[in-house]
Design a protein around this ligand. Structure first.
Ligand code: SF4
Length: 340
């Protein structure tokens, strides 16, 4: 649905500047921004995606991946269309590469989304870049919080600080930030984007009390080399610290990007590099049965066992402590075994 956008500036000649994402597009009258879903009409910026949802489904929180945020829960996951990046290997290209249907498609109201979330513990905006549902989230999140639901994003982190402010005020309390690699990866494969701004945004979110986890898809021949992994780990520790979970996920070929899947040795080496450098919670993704469990960083005990995006056992005492040595594990919410 088309609706006046927030966070834009009117300029001369009926041009506008969008301040939703770090691209801060300058948009002439009748034109759209890089994401193709924000349009300047007569000197006013409109979103074309308010309530226009490309997917609405209940999903385990582990699939995002979030491992230290309400483990064992499901979230009602919603998404819209398009993206503010153009990653060649995007695994959700059918959504991120598309536009809302002609006429913008049927629109959901926030109340209708909440009604669908009755079996879930939270709302997650995911699949394509959630920032493009910004105005809808500003209306949805306060209602969701009033019902005791958590509200989270799976984002590429190119959100502006002012957009983050508004989202946190509305109720955003969890953010999974996807780091693609060093700056050259953004420039060569993703259509641009400032990776230092992504790290800075993740750090800002954390300072604002948002639970943050970082995910990095190690793409064969692009971002799975040791130098890139070391750079990611160094930045992770510098911006976020050792207690923020870091997920390395396995890439698979998609569309025209035909490099073979990430070799398992590369993924395991990445985990070793991060652990040796001091990151306390390092996980593997898209490798069933490996690197999914939470271990106590002090005594090594297995505390949460996961299989196939489900939490199958939880061995923590009250307040999320290791039952063997008492180390407190930074987890938001009470972990539960996933419903079957
Ligand atoms: S959301 Fe980002 S890409 Fe889209 S118009 Fe605004 S600044 Fe440009």
């Amino acid at each position: 649905m088309r609706k006046p956008a927030r966070l834009f500036e009117r300029l001369d000649g009926r041009r506008v500047r969008c301040h939703l994402c770090q691209r801060r597009c300058l948009i002439g009258e009748g034109r759209r921004g890089f994401c193709r879903v924000r349009e300047n009409r007569g000197g006013t910026l409109f979103t074309l995606t308010y309530g226009t949802l490309s997917a609405v489904e209940s999903r385990p929180i582990e699939i995002k991946p979030f491992f230290h945020y309400h483990p064992g829960s499901t979230s009602l996951t919603i998404s819209t269309w398009s993206c503010n990046l153009r990653c060649t290997w995007c695994q959700n290209h059918h959504l991120s590469g598309g536009l809302p249907p002609e006429g913008y498609g049927p629109a959901f109201s926030p109340a209708e989304v909440l009604e669908l979330a009755r079996q879930d513990r939270g709302i997650c905006v995911s699949f394509n870049e959630p920032t493009l549902l910004f105005e809808f989230c500003l209306d949805l999140f306060p209602l969701a919080k009033a019902q005791g639901l958590y509200c989270c994003f799976v984002s590429n982190g190119l959100v502006t600080p002012e957009a983050l402010d508004a989202l946190v005020e509305a109720g955003l309390d969890g953010m999974n930030v996807d780091v693609k690699g060093r700056q050259g990866v953004y420039d060569r494969h993703c259509g641009g984007g400032d990776v230092e701004a992504v790290w800075g945004l993740a750090a800002l979110a954390r300072r604002k009390g948002v639970h943050v986890e970082v995910v990095s898809l190690l793409v064969t021949g692009v971002s799975d080399d040791e130098d890139t992994v070391k750079w990611i780990v160094e930045r992770h520790l510098m911006y976020l610290g050792r207690d923020v979970p870091l997920h390395f996920t396995r890439y698979f070929p998609v569309r025209d990007f035909t490099a073979p899947p990430t070799p398992l040795q590369r993924l395991e080496r990445a985990c070793d590099i991060a652990t040796e450098a001091g990151v306390r919670y390092v996980y593997l993704g898209n490798v069933p049965g490996r690197g999914e469990d939470t271990r106590c960083p002090s005594c090594g005990s297995t505390l949460i066992v996961r299989r196939g995006f489900s939490t199958v056992s939880v061995r923590l005492t009250d307040r999320n402590r290791c039952p063997h040595c008492g180390t407190c594990i930074p987890i938001v919410g009470e972990p539960t075994v996933s419903a079957r």
